[in-house]
Design a protein around this ligand. Sequence first.
Ligand code: WTA
Length: 709
Amino acid sequence: MADDLNDVTDDETNESSEAQIAVHWREENYYDPPAALTAQANASDPAIRDQFTEDKFPDCFTAYADLLTWYKPWDTVLDTSTAPFWKWFVGGELNASYNCVDRHVETHPNKAALIWLPEPESEAHQAITYRELYVRVNEFAAVLKELGLKAGDRITFHMPMVPELPVAMLAAARLGVVHSQVFAGFSGTAAGHRIADSGSTVLVTMDGYYRSGDLLDHKVKADEAVEAAAKEGQQVDKVLVFRRYPGQYSAKTPMVEGRDVFVDDLLAAHKGEIVEPARLSATDPLFLMYTSGTTGRPKGCQHSIGGYMSYVAGTSKYYQDIHPDDTYWCMADIGWITGHSYIVYGPLALGTTSVMYEGTPNYPDAGRPWRIAQQLGVNIFHTSPTAIRMLRKVGPDEPAKYNYHFKTMTTVGEPIEPEVWRWYYETVGKGEAAITDTWWQTETGGFLGSTLPGIDKMKPGSCGPAALGIYPVILDEDSNEVPRGSGKAGNICIRAPWPGVFQTIWGQPDRFVSTYYAKYNKDPESKDWHDWPYFAGDGATEAADGYFRILGRVDDVINVAGHRLGTKELESAALTVSEVAEAAAVPVVDDIRGRAVEMYISLKPGVEASADVENKVKVAIETDIGKIARPKNIWIVPDMPKTRSGKIMRRVIAATSNFTDTGDITTLANPEVVDKIREQVQSAKRAKGEVPRELSETEEHEIKSFGQE
Ligand code: WTA
């Protein structure tokens, strides 16, 4: 196979079609799925794929919908009449909260639904049974109802990793209130933008939570959020504050009279109250999840109740291999799509036990995750390449010290380097667990590419084949299909809809069509899904074995520790500093976080470069977005490399930051600046000991094409 790939010639290096450039990928060896896993797997017979072939589409997905309890079955599996706004299970009625809670109370009330581990090891974990979850969800739903919230209204949560978060989500879902959870690590201002965009009048937050040993004041962000939302014309009437220690306030920030209320006080009036789950339409929205794109305005990805719930239940069953008796731990944060789909909705729909952890994985030491696994008997583990790289670096021998046994392990959110994959497999998994490298996105609701853990061989660095019922195609810039199995890079698209796909961008339907469907649509009037391939925004290759390798974003998005940051958002934050004339954000390869951000800044005439300006830019980014976006370096340069039309050539500065070849610069208006910047940046980086290791093929590919049309 590797030989076939090397046959590809170099004669097609057409400047305008980066997608066609042949890439000589090194192939990796296969690993067999563990026999013990296969013996018990939900998907153990390869014939399962026959049930999801294209001739069975879309009806094949009723197998997923059948995992749920419906008040009323659907009339139409897939309605394409308002293409590409696909509607799944039309006519069906259900409730997500009922499916994740009530129906399990009927069958196994005393089983743990959630097990929550506080970060301080001195605090005991809390096991919340399905019965208790039912009580808490109902009581909080009663609180929301009392505030006048009803189906279709939006509510914003800015909550850390505490059980109150899934309780709040399920309470909103019970009423049909559309929730929008903003990652707690985002700044108050970032939460405020999202509150305004979604039109929420209620914000739910927490006084404080633990991160790396500190009890953070989180409430302060609520004040910033309300202020930022008000600037955009959105008034927040109520801020509901959960208390990390009920009855005791853990934040220093004062409560605002009339606006801020402690949830434990409100709950007192609703003890034991039951709120009947609303009978909602399958196509009603369940939640919004904001993500970054190519403009400064975040996109509120709107997910449906029926399609989304079916898809996460089905993929949790077959790809996470969740059985009712498993103890499943996904170490992601519920503030991201992974936590929504694979901590809350998927696992709870299947009635399993889902573990939640408040803090950082290496607190107080790098053995913590494995101690938790041993203590709780976790047998399915799910995390990100960033966490794996970090744990490998700080505690390479820790897993061996603990007695736990995983049957499957998932990785998600970024490409995983084969050597990191092997450490995960051999050391964390002790050679007895299957790894699923799951490729998907906020927009897609659930997995698009992954091996089936009990069936497929694994190949480090590749996510594997398409998920059941998913039909990918790799297209070049001219809409030509890159030959299947050729190993050539192009834009990965999904030809047919699937139930988990988002319904629209909240409030921006045109952007939904233009970003995800317009690129490869030839007939905007068409009602036939064949005419609407979904453009994922990722580069990919497909090897002869049908395994996909994801090369990373093809748009202006930087994936830092698995978190998508838009260059425009970073740049607009930098531009709020009055001294700054121009700003450009580029990715730099980072051994732990995959990528980090480097900011290039040019100053207004007459302004001198100084540490003060640098610091202002850093603070602006932390305030507007959050600490996760903090640049690794800020370079104040005399000028930016620009095309004759004035566009900053990000790939040139990205190459400079990564010590790689800047490629063709003949189209620059000011080519002389390239050497100057290189000298400035690279000598400073050398002095700091920041010369990166040699880039891998995929990294090289991403950096050299960064920001290109
Ligand atoms: C990247 C996270 C390589 C990809 C679920 C995608 C991956 C973006 C993988 C979505 C993977 C996700 N291998 N790259 N297994 N999974 N990505 O929306 O670039 O936070 O487009 O969803 O992460 O990130 P998001």
